[in-house]
Design a binder for this molecule. Structure first.
Ligand code: F6P
Length: 333
C-alpha cells in the first residue's frame, strides 16, 4: 500500500497554501483534503487559493480548517476551482505572487496540476526563493518522473464504461465506431482504454498509423467473423483528428460512427485508486515541505512515493511503454 514517507519535520513553516491549476481531474478534492488535514495535524495553518495562479494574483486566499474539506473526498472537480493562467508566464507577475504569499505569512505553496502548472511553481521558486511543491493531478498521466497521476484511473474507468455501452450498439448494427479519448499529445489514456475495452485498434500520437493499416485491421477482424469494430483514437494536439479519420475511412469504403468522449472523462466521482493516490500524495507534499524540501514534485515510482526535482519533470516526455502497445495489438487480433 502506498504510504507517506516518514521524514523529520525540520522547517519552521507556520502556514502553507494550496491551489489547483490547469485542467481539473477527479481526485483533486481528495488531495486538497489531505493537504489540509495532514497540515493541521502537523500544527500548521492551511490556506486555499481560489482559481489557481489567477486567484493568487488577485489575493483570493482563504483559511481552510478541517470542516471546510469535509464531504469532498468523493467529489469530482476541485472545490478550489482552477484555471490556465497566461499572466503567470511573466517574471514580474511571479514576483508579485511571491510578495502576496509572503504578505499573507505563507511559507510554502502546494500546486496540484500538470506540467504547465509545475513550470509556474518552478520559476516562482527559482526567481523568488519561495518554496513550492507539486502534486501531479491530470487525467492524461503524461508527467515525467511519476508512474501515475491523480485522475487518470477515474478517466480510464469513465471511458471504459462508455466503450462498453458503445460496444452494445456497435454489435447490434454491425458498425465501426471511432471513439475519441482525451490525452492531448500523449496516448496513455488511449492505450489503457484500448486494452481494457478490447478495442480492435488504437491510434496514439506516439505511433504513426496509416489508413491502409487501419483498413487491414478491420478486414482481418471481419474475416474472423467480427461484424463490428471499436477503434480508440487519442485526440492528439490538433482538434478534428477523429472526424477526418472517419472521412478517410469512408473514402476507402468503410462507414463508421464517431463518438467523442471529451470532458465526460474529466468529471465524476474519483475511483478508489485515485482517492488513495491523492490522499497519500497530498499528505506527502506537506511532509516534504515541512522537511525543508521543495522545488520538486511528489510522485510514484514502483509503488513508492518519491520526490523528483521540477527540473527533471518539466518539459520531459514520458514514453508510452512499448510492451503495452504490443499487448494491445496482440490481444485485439
Ligand atoms: O490536460 C487535461 C485535458 O483534459 C487534456 O486531455 C485535453 O486535451 C485538455 O485538458 C482540454 O483542455 P480544456 O478543458 O481547457 O479544453
Amino acid at each position: 500500500m502506498l504510504s507517506v514517507p516518514e521524514i523529520a519535520n525540520i522547517k519552521k513553516i507556520k502556514s502553507i497554501a494550496v491551489l489547483t491549476s490547469g485542467g481539473d481531474a477527479p481526485g483533486m478534492n481528495a488531495a486538497i483534503r489531505a493537504v489540509v488535514r495532514y497540515g493541521l495535524a502537523a500544527g500548521i495553518q492551511i490556506h486555499g487559493i481560489v482559481k489557481g495562479y489567477s486567484g493568487l494574483l488577485e489575493g483570493h486566499i482563504e483559511p481552510l480548517d478541517g470542516t471546510s474539506v469535509a464531504n469532498i473526498i468523493q467529489r469530482g472537480g476541485t472545490i478550489l476551482k482552477t484555471d490556465r493562467c497566461e499572466a503567470f508566464f511573466q517574471k514580474s507577475t511571479r514576483r508579485e505572487a511571491a510578495n502576496i504569499l509572503r504578505r499573507n505569512n505563507i511559507g510554502g505553496l502546494v500546486v496540484i496540476g500538470g506540467d504547465g502548472s509545475f513550470t509556474g511553481a518552478h520559476l516562482l521558486e527559482n526567481e523568488t526563493g519561495f518554496p513550492t511543491i507539486g502534486v501531479p493531478g491530470t487525467i492524461d498521466n503524461d508527467i515525467a518522473g511519476t508512474d501515475d497521476t491523480i485522475g487518470f484511473d477515474t478517466a480510464i474507468n469513465t471511458a471504459l464504461n462508455a466503450i462498453d455501452n458503445i460496444r452494445d450498439t456497435a454489435s447490434s448494427h454491425d458498425r465501426i465506431f471511432l471513439v475519441e479519448v482525451m490525452g492531448r499529445s500523449s496516448g496513455f489514456i488511449g492505450l489503457q482504454v484500448a486494452i481494457g475495452g478490447g478495442a480492435e485498434t488504437v491510434i496514439v500520437p506516439e505511433r504513426k498509423e496509416t489508413i491502409p493499416a487501419i483498413c487491414k485491421t478491420i478486414d482481418k477482424g471481419m474475416k474472423r467473423g467480427k461484424s463490428s469494430s471499436i477503434i480508440v483514437v487519442s485526440e492528439g494536439k490538433k482538434a478534428g483528428l477523429t472526424t477526418s479519420l472517419a472521412k478517410e475511412l469512408e473514402r476507402h469504403g468503410y462507414s463508421s460512427r464517431v463518438c467523442i468522449l471529451g470532458h465526460t472523462q474529466r468529471g465524476g466521482s474519483p475511483s478508489a485508486h485515485d482517492r488513495m493516490l491523492a490522499s497519500v500524495l497530498g499528505a506527502s507534499a506537506v511532509a516534504y515541505l515541512l522537511a525543508g524540501k521543495s522545488n520538486a514534485m511528489v510522485g510514484v515510482r514502483e509503488a513508492s512515493v518519491v520526490m523528483v526535482p521540477f527540473k527533471k519533470v518539466i518539459g520531459n516526455k514520458k514514453d508510452l511503454p512499448a510492451p503495452s502497445l504490443r499487448l494491445a495489438s496482440i490481444l485485439s487480433s
